[in-house]
Design a protein around this ligand. Structure first.
Ligand SMILES: [Zn+2]
Length: 243
């Protein structure tokens, strides 16, 4: 009970296995990952319908299973992490290998992650291939331990900010919290507005960018959200405008 769960179901997992179900309803992987991480490796390999069912619990933090006899709800507040390649063969974007996937194949593969699902994912990060020699050398970056320390401090700031709440984290901020804790100066406000227009971001994305910017500011130990925090938060939405 003291360790947060980490669940990584295989893409062959059944719908009841993932979201819960059965004659006598039992929790699925998404509930077993409650308050922890649900990791979907090679996310486009999961059936699209199954991925789409994640949208509701990602909003509500609970999953409702409808049955003839009524509805059952299980807790399902997870940090969803998904990984994917840029194409079905996995070679696209790697300078040392040749990808022969057609544009149509690539579009079908990437399209398995729908716009509305992507909209609910705050951080999109492209990880370029790294060769082994570069991987072994250490160059001045932060260690995992140092980063963990910063994360703990940022969590503590949020604990103080939302004292007494059941979910004392930036991600759970209500609109009135955001008004109080996510104020922007004129420059940041203009930047965010132009990014919204340029990338065609949704109203949901707007709120989520503000929350991410608040967290980036917390990681840096900053009281207010600055233009650099908004810039960083916006660039994590890069997959939104892939068309
Ligand atoms: Zn390919």
């Amino acid at each position: 009970m003291r360790t947060r769960p980490f669940r990584a179901p295989h893409h062959n997992a059944s719908l009841p296995g993932l979201i819960g179900g059965g004659t006598v309803p039992r929790p699925g992987e998404i509930s077993l990952a409650h308050n922890g991480v649900l990791f979907l490796d090679e996310a486009p390999e999961f059936p699209r319908q199954l991925l789409e069912t994640l949208r509701q619990p990602l909003e509500d933090g609970r999953i409702t299973i409808s049955r003839a006899s009524g509805a059952e709800a299980f807790p399902a507040r997870v940090l969803l992490v998904m990984s994917m390649n840029l194409c079905p063969c996995g070679r696209r974007g790697d300078p040392r290998r040749v990808c022969r996937c057609s544009d149509k194949q690539v579009a079908a593969y990437v399209g398995k992650i729908s716009g509305p699902l992507l909209d609910r994912i705050d951080l999109h990060v492209e990880v370029p291939p790294v060769d082994r020699d570069r991987l072994m050398e250490r160059r001045g970056g932060k260690t995992s331990g140092e980063m963990a320390g910063e994360v703990m401090l940022a969590r503590e700031r949020q604990l103080v900010r939302f004292k007494g709440r059941s979910t004392p984290v930036n991600a759970a901020m209500a609109p009135e919290d955001m008004e109080r804790h996510c104020g922007l100066d004129v420059e940041s406000e203009l930047l965010l507005k132009s990014a919204i227009g340029e990338y065609g971001l949704s109203a949901r994305a707007y709120g989520r960018i503000l929350k991410v910017a608040r967290t980036i500011a917390d990681l840096g130990g900053e009281e207010g959200i600055g233009v650099e925090h908004v810039l960083e938060a916006v660039q994590y939405r890069r997959a939104d405008n892939r068309g």
